[in-house]
Design a protein around this ligand. Structure first.
Ligand SMILES: [Zn+2]
Length: 401
């Protein structure tokens, strides 16, 4: 099918107002992480009413994921993926975060950007693909997951159940910068606990002890002064060249008595670039830097390795059929080719790319600059992009099928 025909069909089958109305309905159902059951039920009922045979996937500690598939069973699939949960209500809201008010072309609400409008656009596109009747030999799956804002438990449940088996490309409906930008990769995130152990002594005789806090302070300065890599050929989501980052997230230590502190704890994150080494290699470099300080305290670094702790960086090449097709479809719709960016924060797509190596992009309604109020009060999105987001999903999926 030619892209011209797909554009015409996308315009005929997808109505701006339908995506807007559905986005507003989703915003009106609170769904902070671990409280996704009500919004999941709404999505399930909607898909069921559309005749798309949804299923629930149980997620420990969170509301169930909701999935559906259309097309030929077991055929290679394109997946539409989005998360249902939001962060908590931050202070500073002027609009009611659950009212879904539209004012001067902007839809206000918790999750407007992150990512209920994207989820609504994916749902409408999924229904339109089913109505188009074009899936004779291929398959499209829809996945609404819980727990993304906490520990990706919903995504891990889908992976464990094999719900991404035979998926050849994934479109996550989360836009950073709206349709003007396409996220085709993401930095990773490795977290370490750093335990500094000195020697206790009476606080009035500090020369008799080894002050773990003082040594930890030197460790923090060393962590902040490490040389980090830059990838000039990749753009970050703020359009600057992509660089690694390393951030000290936490420090605690000391006792209430008049004593030289013998223990201090530091938590640090490294956000590596696609193509960087794994956590073991990075850790070796950090340890070498700390050794060079010749501290009297003992310093032990432990990688956090629990479920949802390690995020590996990934990039889907610009020349891949997923990225090039999505760019072409957006350009047809908006007249402007999206710029390719790499997300700086970790998300569910890190997991999918690492576990399965599947090409994956994030694309959808979103904002940039001052308006990018992700995880902030007064989160809002321009409504004129909602219909085109759904059309972009429709066209990209059918062109790839
Ligand atoms: Zn999100």
């Amino acid at each position: 099918m030619s892209s011209y025909d797909l554009l015409r069909e996308a315009k005929a089958l997808i109505d701006d107002k339908e995506v807007l109305d559905l986005s507003r309905q989703l915003i009106r159902i609170p769904s902070q992480s671990r409280h996704e059951a009500a919004v999941g039920k709404f999505i399930f009922q909607k898909l069921d009413k559309w005749g798309l045979q949804p299923r629930e996937i149980k997620v420990d500690g969170n509301g169930p994921d909701v999935v559906a598939e259309i097309g030929r069973k077991k055929a290679p699939a394109i997946a539409f993926n989005g998360h249902m949960d939001t962060v908590e209500v931050m202070t500073g809201w002027r609009h009611d975060p659950y009212d879904a008010t539209v004012e001067k072309g902007m839809l206000y609400g918790l999750g407007a950007l992150d990512m209920k409008c994207g989820l609504a656009a994916l749902m409408v596109a999924f229904k339109a693909i089913s109505e188009s009747g074009h899936l004779d030999s291929s398959r499209v799956v829809f996945q609404a997951v819980s727990g993304e804002e906490e520990n990706s438990s919903g995504m891990r449940a889908l992976l464990a159940k094999g719900e991404l088996k035979n998926v050849k490309a994934v479109i996550v409906g989360e836009g950073f910068g709206g349709l003007a930008a396409l996220t085709h990769g993401r930095r990773g995130g490795f977290y370490w606990d750093v335990n500094v152990t000195g020697k206790a002594a009476h606080g009035a005789s500090p020369h008799l002890g080894i002050n773990a806090i003082s040594d930890a302070a030197k460790v923090v300065c060393a962590l902040d002064s490490m040389r980090l890599r830059k990838a000039r050929w990749l753009a970050a989501d703020d359009s600057t060249p992509l660089t690694e980052s390393q951030t000290v997230l936490k420090i605690s230590g000391g006792m209430s008595s008049l004593s030289v502190p013998e223990k201090c704890y530091v938590k640090v994150i490294r956000c590596p670039l696609p193509g960087s080494g794994g956590p073991k290699e990075v850790q070796a470099k950090i340890e070498k830097k700390i050794e060079g300080l010749h501290l009297r305290s003992k310093v032990e670094m432990t990688l956090q390795e629990g479920p949802g702790d390690i995020f590996y960086p990934h990039v889907t090449p610009a020349r891949s059929s997923l990225v090039s097709t999505a760019c072409k479809c957006v350009e047809r719709l908006t007249g402007k080719r999206p710029r390719l960016v790499i997300g700086r924060s970790e998300a569910d797509d890190n997991l999918i790319a690492h576990k399965l190596g599947t090409p994956i992009i994030c694309l959808g309604p979103g904002e940039s600059g001052e308006l990018a109020k992700y995880h902030q009060a007064e989160e809002a999105v321009h409504i004129d992009q909602l219909g085109n987001a759904a059309r972009a999903y429709f066209m990209t999926a059918l062109e790839l099928c």
